[in-house]
Structure formats: C-alpha cells, structure tokens
Design a protein around this ligand. Structure first.
Ligand SMILES: Cc1ncc(COP(=O)(O)O)c(C=O)c1O
Length: 356
C-alpha cells in the first residue's frame, strides 16, 4: 500500500487537511464499514444470538492479539477498555493509595490521568517538565521522588507540547511502579509498553478507531486490588479479569479494522511529515515549543486569538486545535501528506500578516 492509497481510505482527507488525531483520528471507510456490518448482523440475527456471541468472542480475541503485538506485550497482560481515562482509573483505584502516599506526575498531564490521581487522595507532586527540554525530564521527575512515593504516573508523549518522556530511564532510575498514559503515543510512534507496569491505549486517536475504545497493559494483574469489578472478574483469566465493560462488537470490529490498516511504513512517514511541519512553522516565524525529533504533535503560537485561528483554519479546510494554555496544536499522522502541511502553512502565514 502506497501513502497515496492509504490516504485515499479516509474520506475526510478528500476535503480537509485533517490535523487533529491528537483529539480524535480520521475514520477510514473500511473501519466505518466493519462497524456497519456488525450492526446490520445485529439487526438481522439478534444481538445475542449464539452466532453473534461467537463472532463477538472471536473479535475480542483477535483485537486483543493485535493490540498486544502492537505494543509488544503478552496478550494475557492486556485488557480492552473504553479509554485511557478508564485505564488510569482502574490502576489508580486498584492501588488503594492513602493520604500519606505520594504520586509523582508532571505539570503537563491531561485530565484523563490527572483527575484519577487527584481523586485518589494521595499527595500529588508534579515534576516541572512543560517549560523544559525533554532531556531535563528525567531529573525533573527524580527531584520529586521521596521515600513516600508509591507511584510514578505520566504520559509517554505530552499532549501539550508533544515531548517524549524517557520511560525506560525513569523506570530504571526510580525503580518505582510506573503508570504510563499512552493516549498520544500508541499508533503515533513505536511503543514497547513492557517498560511500564501499566500502560494505557486510546483507540480513537492515532489508531483511527471508533470513540470509546482502548486497552490497558498490566504487568502483574494480582498487584492491583480492584475497587470496581464486573462480570469479567468471574470469567476471564490474566489482566482480562480487571475489565469493566464488554466492548460492543461493532466498536471492537471498528478498532480491529483500523489497527489492521496501520501500514508498516506508518511511523517513519509520520516522523518525516512532522519534521517538515515543524520546520515550515519555524520558517513562517511561528513560535514552536516542540523540540525536534519528538513524536507526532507540534505545538506552536502566532499572535492573535488561538480559538479564532482554529475557526479560521476550519473555514479553509484545515483542522487543528487550540490548547487550554493558549497554544495551538497540529497532529501529523501517516495519513497526511505534504499538501496538508502546505495548507496549514497558508493559514499560519495569513495569521502572521492578516492584511497581506
Ligand atoms: C495525554 C492524554 N491522556 C488522556 C487523554 C484522554 O484519552 P481518552 O479519551 O482515551 O480517555 C487524552 C486525550 O486527549 C490525552 O491527550
């Protein structure tokens, strides 16, 4: 499959320079069709007919296998979830943290991780990484570790600036239990989730799957003492026992189709495009806070109201987002091409010289 063929699978790209997979990825025709087929079967044959149930079971198994292979972990250590947020909540509640415990996180975490940490009652210490280069992240994290630290919980790729945190070094240097929010990494960059004790997957972002899909890698399922449980606890072995929901078969079919479409050259192509995007923004005089050679997010700023610029860009068929701290963010995936980046550059050039 060539990049042009891969791109043609996403109808939105016929019209738009879609650069917001960091929120929700583009949907391919094949993924939408896989979901539709399951819904049609449910209409015709009944949602819980023996045949439908058998088909759902096969889908869940295959999806688990594909996701486990993608993040390089054993399939029995992976459970399907609805989101990264659910995965973080499962881990944080299962650790039964107490007020005298401390959790080290960063000052650049998404609420999907931060809110479960705040709800835990433990003392949260935030390593200052947002305003620093990624090379300083390890020391920033280490500076917050104390004898009371029970957990290190942070993102692999920071949603605000796209920087990659050095997970293996953090694990090695702290020796502490490590929960990783993989929302901005899985499907965007190569991932080896086994560096962590727990690692979350969001299906709807860089994997281009349906919304409300995801997974959680759990190195040692017996180490958590779950506070919320489901039918899965009676039926499944391994990490599957921790699952809270049965992913509806249509969602599982959609995510499976999406994961199967990930091309072997995807990570390389995305890295090449993001490099180009960053360079183009710099050449236009935009302020870019993403260091080179990180992941697939580029965060930048131009004078003016960021929300208004996002709207203006949408009017020109360019989809980006503004961030809560006033910066803009472009998400560059393997499905994008040079023309998408040129269209973004035009919007930014116009914002830099509105009268021109
Ligand atoms: C770093 C990070 N963590 C978590 C989330 C939430 O993901 P989910 O909707 O899968 O819970 C996001 C989504 O924007 C994110 O960027």
């Amino acid at each position: 499959m060539t990049p042009a063929e891969a791109r043609s699978r996403f109808p939105v790209l016929d019209r738009c320079a879609y650069l917001n997979a960091g929120s929700v990825g583009p949907l391919s025709r094949r993924t939408a069709e896989a979901m539709r087929v399951v819904e049609e079967r449910a209409l015709a044959e009944g949602r819980a007919s023996p045949r439908a149930q058998e088909a759902s079971g096969a889908l869940w198994t295959r999806l688990g296998e594909r996701l486990a292979a993608l993040v390089r972990v054993p399939v029995e250590n992976l459970l399907l979830t609805t989101s990264t947020t659910e995965g973080c909540n499962l881990v944080v509640t299962g650790l039964r943290l107490e007020p005298e415990h401390e959790v080290v996180t960063t000052d650049a975490e998404h609420p999907g991780l931060l809110q479960p940490l705040l709800a835990s009652g433990a003392r949260i210490r935030q390593a200052r990484v947002l305003e620093r280069p990624p090379s300083e992240a390890l020391n920033a994290v280490l500076a917050e570790v104390t004898p009371r630290t029970r957990l290190v919980a942070l993102s692999h790729v920071l949603w605000l600036n796209g920087h990659v945190l050095p997970l293996a070094e953090i694990k090695r240097a702290t020796g502490l239990p490590l929960l990783v929010d993989g929302a901005q990494s899985v499907g965007a960059v190569p991932v080896d989730a086994s560096v962590a004790d727990w690692y979350t997957v969001s299906g709807q972002k860089w994997l281009c799957g349906p919304e409300l899909t995801g997974a959680l890698y759990v190195a040692e399922p017996d180490r958590l003492r779950p506070q919320i449980q489901s039918y899965a606890a009676t039926a499944l072995t391994g990490a599957g026992r921790l699952a809270l929901v049965h992913l509806p078969a249509s969602l599982a079919a959609g995510l499976l189709a999406a994961v199967e479409e990930l091309p072997g050259w995807g990570f390389r192509r995305a890295a090449e495009l993001v490099r180009r995007c960053r360079q183009a923004l710099l050449e236009l005089g935009a302020e870019v806070r993403t260091e080179p050679e990180q992941a697939t997010l580029v965060s930048f700023r131009v004078p003016g109201d960021p929300a208004a610029l996002v709207k203006q860009a949408e009017g020109k068929g360019v989809i980006i987002r503004s961030l809560p701290d006033g910066w803009l963010r472009a998400s560059v995936g393997w499905w994008n091409d040079e023309q998408d980046l040129d269209r973004l550059a035009e919007v930014v050039a116009e914002a830099r010289s509105p009268s021109g």
